[in-house]
Design a protein around this ligand. Structure first.
Ligand code: BEZ
Ligand code: FE
Length: 286
């Protein structure tokens, strides 16, 4: 049988043509069409196909509730950021949409306005971040919006990766006041590498890519009647912005951190577009 002719792909497509859900049917058909096209062009050897399914087994073996190598793979190959951009980005938006990444944890504690997400014994320079959440269309302030923020410690680890940090350290949820404003104390962000001890690390080393993410702090801003903004704030002038391992850092996510005595100050406003409010799935459970 000549599997490279169109007839073979057509036969496989037909075998999956009874899927009832039209969206799922469309997705499966597209996957078959493009994977067959890819294989026809690539002509993998038997050994290469064996490597591929064993690579997937190794990704599965390292994946659990606290870690998802498949998500990380999607991140470093640019797919997660591409989906985020396709779904949310519009020309002229002052703040960019960022991938969620593997380190969002569900149910971060609500903290009072101006509270610190860093425990007192957490090393690092502090930054006071204030800002305003507002309606992108009419510029009106949005009261009661929820800002969920998280960041890595200066040792490069998120709290869930590091036994020495208190539970939910460097994570917190804040509510905006009647003027739509919020105030958070966090750490001046520092760069850290994506986990490289699994198959994704192998890919990055093979590609001679740096595993580093530029210094950043994550924000998810949500309010009823508005599309949820998932973003990250990067530091102006950070040289790593150019080669962010997950292709997220961009011009519309840069914060102008200003030194003020022994700490930094940042003002960062968050525009929300009217739409359906939904929260992204947290890769790390509560
Ligand atoms: C993060 O910023 O938390 C992150 C995103 C993607 C891959 C690794 C880390
Ligand atoms: Fe991060």
């Amino acid at each position: 049988m000549d599997t490279t002719d169109k007839g073979f792909t057509e036969k496989v497509l037909k075998a999956y043509s009874n899927i009832e859900d039209p969206r799922l049917k469309f997705i499966v058909a597209l996957l078959i069409k493009h994977l067959h096209g890819c294989v026809n062009e690539m002509k993998p050897t038997d050994e290469e196909w064996e490597f591929a399914w064993d690579y997937m087994r190794r990704m599965a073996a390292i994946t659990g509730l606290e870690r998802n190598e498949f998500l990380l793979f999607g991140d470093v190959i640019g797919v997660s950021q591409l989906i985020e951009t396709l779904n949310h980005e519009e020309p002229g938006q002052p703040v960019g949409y960022a991938l969620v990444g593997p380190f969002l944890r569900a149910n971060a504690p609500f903290r009072a306005r101006g509270a610190s997400i860093a425990s007192d014994d957490t090393a690092g320079v502090r930054v006071r971040i204030t800002g305003r959440v507002y309606d992108f269309q009419n510029k009106a302030p949005i009261k009661g919006a929820i800002l969920d923020t998280w960041q890595a410690a200066t040792n490069g680890f998120y709290e869930n990766q590091d036994e020495k940090q208190p539970d939910y350290n460097l994570r917190g949820r804040f509510k905006t006041d009647e003027n739509g404003t919020f105030e958070v104390i966090g750490l001046m962000p520092t760069a850290y590498p994506a986990p490289t001890d699994g198959p994704v690390g192998e890919l990055l080393r093979g590609a001679k890519r740096s595993p580093y993410r530029p210094a950043h702090i994550h924000f998810i801003v949500s309010a009823p009647g508005y599309e949820t903004l998932v973003t990250q704030i990067f530091v102006k002038g950070d040289k790593r912005i150019e080669d962010d391992v997950v292709f997220t850092a961009s011009e519309n996510m840069i914060g102008d951190f200003q030194k003020e005595g022994d700490h930094f100050r940042l003002t960062y406003d968050c525009p929300l577009k009217p739409g359906v409010s939904k929260m992204p799935k947290a890769p790390i459970p509560a």
